[in-house]
Design a protein around this ligand. Structure first.
Ligand SMILES: *[C@@H]1O[C@H](CO)[C@@H](O)[C@H](O)[C@H]1NC(C)=O
Ligand SMILES: *[C@@H]1O[C@H](CO)[C@@H](O)[C@H](O)[C@H]1NC(C)=O
Ligand SMILES: *[C@@H]1O[C@H](CO)[C@@H](O)[C@H](O)[C@H]1NC(C)=O
Length: 234
């Protein structure tokens, strides 16, 4: 009788003991092995999140660097990064997104051309020659919108400007310097057209003037191709 009671007490004590030792929240059978699994999972998740964040950060960095370089600011590190990137994309990149077209300093971008207003005055032929030395020609006015722009600029500058239009003889035609005759729906010319008449533009009209008069002039040229990335070659 005595022995059986003692045995039962011991048994109770044993079965209670392990329950106390194990953490109350975890069922005893999922306790050891899954703890490592969870740890590994957590570490993996944290790693993955860090990786994604890192990649996003890198992307933002690269984007901002690209923007900086397109504005023309290149630090040593940035320059290296861009060159590496450029070598990778050579060929494909240049054909997909062509290098930027831009106007050199002092030239006004307008659609597919760059426009320059001279500072000095001279006869029409000298204006023609001056534009040629700049790799340009006297202005050819394509449409009303361009006419408007040039008139506005002439207004602001307060003078008249030669354009690439003169009265040719003996055919008695107003002819653009590219050889085309003037079509009257783009612009009308005020004043008498004589043998040596050239066209100048002022704030409100296009005038026929003696080609030997002095005027400022307007040159136009194609935008220059500026490479997408500014490699510090110099
Ligand atoms: C890119 O390609 C051009 C020819 O398409 C080549 O002249 C130039 O050296 C190349 N540049 C680089 C960085 O690979
Ligand atoms: C010459 O220029 C005028 C004025 O911009 C334009 O209308 C005409 O199409 C041009 N002609 C040629 C052959 O390019
Ligand atoms: C008119 O322009 C043409 C070039 O387009 C030139 O050959 C010719 O000499 C000019 N005429 C005058 C009177 O300047």
């Amino acid at each position: 009788m005595d022995a059986s009671v003692v045995y039962a007490d011991l048994n109770l004590a044993r079965t209670r003991e392990p329950k106390h030792a194990s953490p109350p929240s975890l069922p005893p059978d999922t306790c050891r092995c899954p703890r490592w699994h969870r740890l590994a999972l957590k570490l993996g998740c944290v790693g993955l999140i860090l990786l994604v964040l890192g990649m996003i950060g890198l992307g933002v960095l690269v984007l901002s660097l690209l923007q900086k370089t397109s504005v023309g600011v290149i630090g040593g590190e940035i320059g290296e990064g861009i060159i590496g990137d450029n070598q990778e994309n050579n060929g494909t990149k240049t054909t997909e997104s062509p290098a930027k077209l831009s106007c050199t300093k002092g030239w006004l971008p307008h659609r597919d051309k760059c426009i320059h207003f001279s500072q000095e005055s001279n006869i029409w032929k000298e204006g023609l020659a001056d534009c040629a030395t700049k790799g340009a020609t006297l202005l050819l006015i394509q449409d009303h919108e361009e006419l408007r722009l040039v008139k506005d600029s002439a207004n602001v500058k307060g003078s008249a400007f030669w354009i690439g239009l003169n009265h040719t003889w003996p055919d008695k035609n107003w002819r653009w310097i590219n050889g085309s005759t003037l079509s009257s729906d783009v612009l009308q010319i005020t004043g008498e057209a004589k043998k040596d008449s050239c066209a100048s533009i002022s704030k409100d009209r296009v005038i026929s003037e003696d080609c030997a008069s002095d005027n400022m002039w307007i040159c136009q040229k194609k935008p220059t191709l500026v490479p997408e990335t500014l490699c510090p070659d110099s």
